[in-house]
Design a protein. Sequence first.
Length: 135
Amino acid sequence: MTSAEPQARFREQHAGGQPKVRFRSPADRRSRAQRWRDAVAELVSLQEDLDYRAWLDALPGNLTNSSTAEALRTVCDIDLSELESVEPPRLPEGLQWCPSECCQKASGELRSASALTAGQTAEEYEPEGKVTNAG
């Protein structure tokens, strides 16, 4: 394939003159705690609304030992009340969370996301060396 062939194919696809319109899905602006509560509510809704217990009870006898019956039993046995009572942990005041191990800005210092120990607040944190923002 020469370099002219892909170029010709591109021109054929765009010969109509109409640009392709692509849409981005909007960013999810909910907090982590709100996303957790929404996910748990969705699980509870699925468990209640789809009535897995009735489905399991209505299975014919030849399917009682099937993988479908086992999956239904597992779904029915999950106790979601524990999840409903869980509140996700909150970060210390002024500390921002980043999914990677990059540096975080808090109180004028840059800290890695793993710098704080469990239960330690931003005020209790004492860095080994002050890191400045290079960029």
